[in-house]
Ligand binder design. Sequence first.
Ligand code: MG
Length: 313
Amino acid sequence: MTLNRRGFFKIGAAGLGGTALCGAATARAASGGMPNLTAPAQPAELHIGCQQGLVPGKTFEERFDFLEASGYDRVEITGGNWEWLAKNADALAAAIKGRKLQFSVTCIGARGNAGMADPVERRAVIDTTKSIIESAAKLKAVGSIMCPARKKIDLPFPELRERLLSEILPEILAHAEKCGACVVLEPLNRTETMFLRLVADGAAICRDAKSPAIGVMGDFWHMTSEETSDMGAFVSAGAYLKHVHIASRKTRKIPGVDGAADNYVDGFKGLKLIGYRGAISIEAGYPKDTTDEQKKKLLAQAATLIRAQWNQA
Ligand code: MG
């Protein structure tokens, strides 16, 4: 008997919707026709973070006191370039000693984040990234954020990806493995780079780099315009996900500033599915003319909002 295309589609549809399921199909359909999901080996934990530069205060201590009192237990290191970080590492370490607060990652760009086709710039990126990772390791942070090919892209994507994997990452990752901190790739949006926009693409680079010292992150701000599904993006990253940035979803301000648009529940569901235990860290601006007192209020409210939506997810 030969099947025409119409017959083939009919049988396919019956197979998908029919009751004659057996074996794995039966197991998958056990819960009202929906797949049964396996819980992650370690359940997810919520750790709310903020970039230190966003917190009003004259000293690291003052900023860290405020964060701890306002529901935060992670702080992201920002403040300048790699030289600033090396200079301030001791003061940062002293300010966090004995606290529940921990450092999450450093968000400090290497000297020239792109330049992958220029050997001189490439060398500078490798050297400064290694220095940043060393400081991150000293501070017991998870690692350092890296945005590859952020500026000018002058190679076709396959060659650029290959160059990143074979000529830039190996030396950095060998150093990172020794130090005990990670490179955390950050996908941006298309106006910043077309090279790495999707969390799943970053995770695929991690897989191909074959090192325990590389991970990817998701930034809700970039994800709002680039991803088709917050949950899907985080699930695609799985164990490669090391960090999350969060901001209001219309104007990139402190979460909550954009009202009902600031919904992260779908993404948080994804984080729970993969047993995520890293930070959800605010990287955002303030509305114009916000006073320090108002900034503190917004940060405290944002922690409450993130916790409430996490519980909802
Ligand atoms: Mg970000």
